[in-house]
Design a protein around this ligand. Sequence first.
Ligand code: BEZ
Length: 253
Amino acid sequence: MDWNAILYDNKHAFVYAKGDSLLEMLRPQSHERILDLGCGTGFLTNEIAKSCQYVLGIDSSQEMVAKAKTEFPELDFQVANAIEFQASEPFHAIFSNAVLHWILEPEKAVKRFYQNLVPRGRLVLEFGGKGNIHNIIETLNQVIIAFGFHIKPISKQWFFPSISEYTTLLEHQGFEVQHAELFDRPTPLDDAETGIIDWLSMFASGFLGHLEKDVQEQIKQQTQENLKPLLFKENTWFADYRRIRIIAKKIDA
Ligand code: BEZ
């Protein structure tokens, strides 16, 4: 995943702009060390930093981390991924917004969370849950088929679990789940002309990247057109996001 950090900030600010209330659920304390997993360009890391002793932002994208360091030079950021990152000192909390659906080996990530937390440390997580972007992907797939190409399984791109699927993983690892919810969050996209096309350009290369550029553009255009009755309202495009939100505590081994 090598995202364009400028496009991310200019056209996809909704990714972190929706993180506010998750931050309220984190409730950082002044003595705490907190890990912001998948920090992107560092906006929420900076918010967390205002109330805790130390925060580290990690992201698997070098470009994002470079931008975060430029924006917030007083904070610590590191290029690292959820599965491999090993903390030198454990954290009181791991916070993650809009990232974990990219991790296709969630049991490995959950194991790492456990290792990187102090006893009774907590997870505060939000990401795409079961049914996330159903209309976008369903419509994209219909258009790809209509153009005569094969479709790729969504499970090879993203992990959108149900509550039971994810909480079971956590419990098996030794977490106690204190809060779990799955809810619709139709999310406005920035551009009234090209909202879905931009979204697909940013995120759907796993479905389209192997096709000729001009075919990709035609498919994106057609997908947007077909989605209009479903996702275009009051002159605004909405992504049909569904969020899973979890708070869980590490139980003493
Ligand atoms: C999401 O935030 O739900 C998401 C973003 C990009 C691709 C897939 C899902």
